[in-house]
Design a protein around this ligand. Structure first.
Ligand code: NAD
Length: 418
């Protein structure tokens, strides 16, 4: 990461940016710029050697006007209060952009999971679930995976919650594995929406996806699935990176075997189809048709933005551009599909998982993917309509205009208490 932007300030400036195009009172907007509440807690667990260790953890519930708070839980040494607040706000506007009946929340633990055994991670996760218990629930707040968490952690949270509540409530978290009440298509959903949105953008811009060159920054769940699916759509993935560095092959490489290499060795670097080892910055500034940032926020700051040479950017990661970078790119030629639309597949299929959990009736993968396609295409169409109606330069502003209007309407219809 090269940028220093505070992600919470980035979120607020994105809302301010959209405000000019909205018929929403300032006092209502002010409310929509701050979380309703943030839990800060310290978890102390026993290490395998018998010593104790303390971990700071957060859960932010940003806004619940359109439904229960919804959002992932991140494990990372750089997790902090403002980051969690920002991520929870982005969830509000993401759920509204794709029109699913949720508010937004987010959580995180300050931990580098690579340094701990599976048993220690289970204890940390269950300790966090115990702290979260009063504030989560199918109709209250529904956690999900984020960076460095996945099905395993969601299963632990669900089990802890159900044990303490003496109930069965699979919809208390999403992103579970199938045996624990997960949904078909959930693991691929974020990468899938990233590429559906990219395909729609190419279509809108009159560009051909067949043979288009693609660079992917971050080769975790979101990035590698996006690489695989865009390759299946006929594009050519020429570059990718992870936290250890990047790979490049001008003729393209197979995203699936690249992922196998990462699974076996811990990194994409050293993959045999790579012709050249490059840096993360090289991946972000490469002359490609499509760039998919899929690592962490602030990956592209103002300096890097001047060098970005992609025609379309589909933001799999949350907040990958600093506000300054966003401005620079909006003034240039790149079409940036904002995170709150591009990566909304994850929360959309989480919503499908929750619906299935509540109905105790499960869909096949084809139905999940068809419903996802419909939500993302509808959201993209609403984005284009708003861009054209308001003559907007920046698609992100258009997404916030759509989303804030929906959240503000829900608030104004309901009125306020007390
Ligand atoms: P992940 O932990 O599976 O993968 C993260 C990847 O980024 C890893 O390959 C890591 O090596 C790489 N990375 C970290 N720092 C890097 C750097 N400086 N340069 C290059 N690569 C780097 O996480 P994920 O679930 O794929 O999430 C990635 C992003 O997508 C996050 O911003 C997350 O909030 C967002 N997102 C994920 C989902 C989801 O369903 N997984 C949903 C919505 C948004």
């Amino acid at each position: 990461m090269t940028g220093q932007a505070n992600p919470f300030e980035s979120l607020q400036s994105q809302i301010d940016e959209a405000a000019a195009y909205l018929d929403v009172e300032d006092d209502v907007l002010e409310r929509l710029k701050h979380p309703e509440r943030v839990l800060e807690t310290n978890l102390t667990i026993e290490r395998d050697d018998g010593s104790l260790e303390r971990f700071k953890a957060f859960r932010s519930q940003f806004n619940g006007d359109r439904g229960p708070y919804k959002g992932g839980i991140r494990y990372h040494p750089e997790v902090n209060r403002d980051e969690v607040k920002a991520l929870s706000g982005w969830m509000v506007y993401k759920c509204a952009t794709v029109d699913i009946p949720y508010g937004g929340g987010k959580g995180g633990i300050v931990i580098d999971p690579k340094e701990y055994s599976e048993a220690e991670l289970e204890r940390v996760t269950r300790a966090f679930a115990k702290e979260l218990r009063p504030m989560v629930g199918e109709d209250r707040d529904i956690p999900a995976p984020d960076v460095n968490t996945g099905q395993r952690e969601m299963n632990w949270i669900k089990d802890t919650y159900e044990t303490l509540e003496n109930t069965t409530e699979p919809g208390v978290v999403t992103g579970k594995n199938l045996a624990s009440g997960g949904s078909e298509g959930r693991v691929e959903a974020t990468g899938r929406s990233t590429v559906i949105a990219a395909r729609e953008a190419f279509d809108y811009l009159g560009k051909d996806l067949e043979g288009a060159t693609v660079a992917v920054q971050g080769y975790g769940n979101a990035g590698w699935i996006a690489a695989k699916l865009i390759d299946e759509m006929g594009a050519t993935v020429v570059a990718a990176s992870d936290s250890s560095g990047g790979i490049y092959n001008p003729d393209g490489f197979d995203p699936v075997t690249a992922k196998q290499h990462k699974n076996e060795t811990g990194s994409i670097v050293g993959y045999e189809e790579s012709e050249e080892e490059i840096t993360n910055e090289d991946v972000l500034t490469m002359d490609v048709d499509l760039l998919i940032p899929a690592a962490l926020e602030n990956a592209i700051d103002a300096d890097l933005a001047e060098e970005v040479d992609a025609d379309v950017i589909s933001e799999a990661a949350n907040g990958p551009l600093t506000p300054q970078a966003d401005e620079i790119l909006a003034e240039g030629d790149a079409f940036v599909i904002p995170d709150i639309l591009a990566n909304a597949g994850g929360v959309t299929v989480s919503y499908f998982e929750w619906v299935q959990n509540r109905q105790r009736f499960y869909w096949d993968e084809q139905k999940v993917n068809e419903e996802l396609e419909e939500h993302i295409v509808d959201a993209f169409d609403a984005l284009i309509e708003t861009i054209e109606e308001n003559d907007l330069e920046n698609p992100r502003t258009a997404a916030y205009v759509v989303a804030i209007e929906r959240v503000a309407n829900a608030f104004e219809e309901a009125g306020s208490f007390p």
